[in-house]
Ligand binder design. Structure first.
Ligand code: KG4
Ligand code: ZN
Length: 345
């Protein structure tokens, strides 16, 4: 089954063609980073307009690159939640038009589910059940993936997401947007134990995260030094800050896996590109466990992962009508539309 997949939830316009949820036939992305860089962050209105400009040529290119024709496409999958609502609606409305014009089923896909599904594209043997940690600009979740469309949240952030904390830390250190990758680069030359930044735990919810404290701590550290006229070692701060964030992510993920008895551990989302996090996950992996983490090219937002998850949503019968809406927020545990009868092959 060939799925045309579309992603436009934030600042990347992306289209891909994926076969049977596992094989990437084409994968095109237009990143708006250079545009939003001027403003130090994503400007939603500009993001929406940019998606409108890019989506048609990107879809045309994705189909051409796949070596298929429109007639070979069997369904259209599209990120429908969560994300910037104006940005989401561009992709969703394009997908509706494409599906209607070509008589194809429309499959709405949850963005965080699709981040997890990026791993299906690189690990053919990976199947639920497994434990997943999704760390992105807007989410930090530990999720039990019981089936391809069946999820239970084990822990989540109570305030800021890990990616948001990286971005704010980078900004206070004067690094350009997007900050996560810049702080990662700078941290490589600093001592991660030079500054002690706080790591938060909750007695009643041991797998929940909180990153607002560490974010405030780095802001205070930099501002206090500036007020005293002291210079800071930016690489040391970047490394110590990364240590605090990646340490708590790794520790809680492994402890959830141990307590719940999971041995297949999946990591996904933009922050899974972080080199310190990847090193900690690989070097500290508990005995008998296997780590699944996407290559850097599939950590950030892309449409191939939407095609992967879209296949399993379709198979479970989650086919939407043309009245399907997009949502700025959505629980990963809830389906985005009512299931039609399960589709069997
Ligand atoms: O998954 P993603 O591309 O978009 C969302 O769904 O949010 O994640 C973007 C987040 C941003 O906060 C970005 O700074 C962060 O992932 N990120 C990183 C790295 N690469 C991207 N954070 C730390 N280290 C990186 N290497
Ligand atoms: Zn994302």
């Amino acid at each position: 089954m060939n799925i045309l997949a579309i992603e436009s939830s934030c600042d990347e316009t992306a289209a891909a063609v994926v076969r049977d949820g596992r094989e990437v036939l084409s994968n095109t992305v237009f990143s708006q980073i250079d545009i939003h860089k001027l403003y130090g962050g994503v400007v939603p209105e500009i993001a929406s307009r940019c998606h409108v400009e890019k989506i048609t040529p990107l879809v045309e290119r994705a189909i051409a690159d796949s070596g298929l024709s429109v007639l070979d496409i069997d369904a259209v999958a599209v990120t429908s939640a969560p994300g910037l609502i104006g940005a989401l609606l561009v992709g969703l409305n394009f997908a509706k038009g494409f599906a209607y014009a070509n008589g194809l089923p429309l499959v709405p896909v949850h963005h965080i589910r699709s981040h997890i599904a990026a791993n299906y594209l690189v690990y053919p043997e990976l199947e639920p059940p497994f434990l997943a940690m999704v760390v992105s600009g807007g989410h930090s979740h530990i999720v039990s993936v019981k089936g391809y469309t069946d999820y239970k949240i084990i822990g989540m952030t109570r305030d800021d997401a890990a990616g948001e904390a990286f971005d704010k830390g980078a900004r206070v250190l004067g690094l350009p947007y997007p900050g996560g990758v810049e702080i990662d680069r700078l941290a490589k030359s600093g001592d991660p134990y030079a500054v002690k930044f706080p790591q938060v735990s909750f007695k009643d919810a041991p797998f929940d995260f909180s990153f607002s404290g560490v974010k405030t701590a780095v802001i205070n550290y930099v501002h206090t030094a500036a007020q005293r006229g002291q210079s800071i070692n930016a690489a040391e701060v970047a490394a110590s800050y990364s240590e605090a964030i990646t340490g708590v992510l790794t520790e809680k993920f492994f402890s959830a896996a141990n307590e719940l008895g999971f041995t297949r551990l999946v990591v996904a989302g933009g922050v899974s590109a972080n080199s310190m996090l990847r090193h900690k996950l690989q070097s500290g992996l508990p005995r008998g466990c296997k780590l699944y983490i996407p290559p850097l090219s599939l950590c950030g937002d892309n449409a191939a992962m939407v095609g992967a998850q879209g296949f399993y949503e379709y198979r479970a019968g989650f086919i939407a009508g043309l009245d399907q809406n997009g949502f700025a927020t959505a629980d990963i545990q809830e389906a985005l539309c009512k299931p039609k009868d399960g589709i069997s092959f």
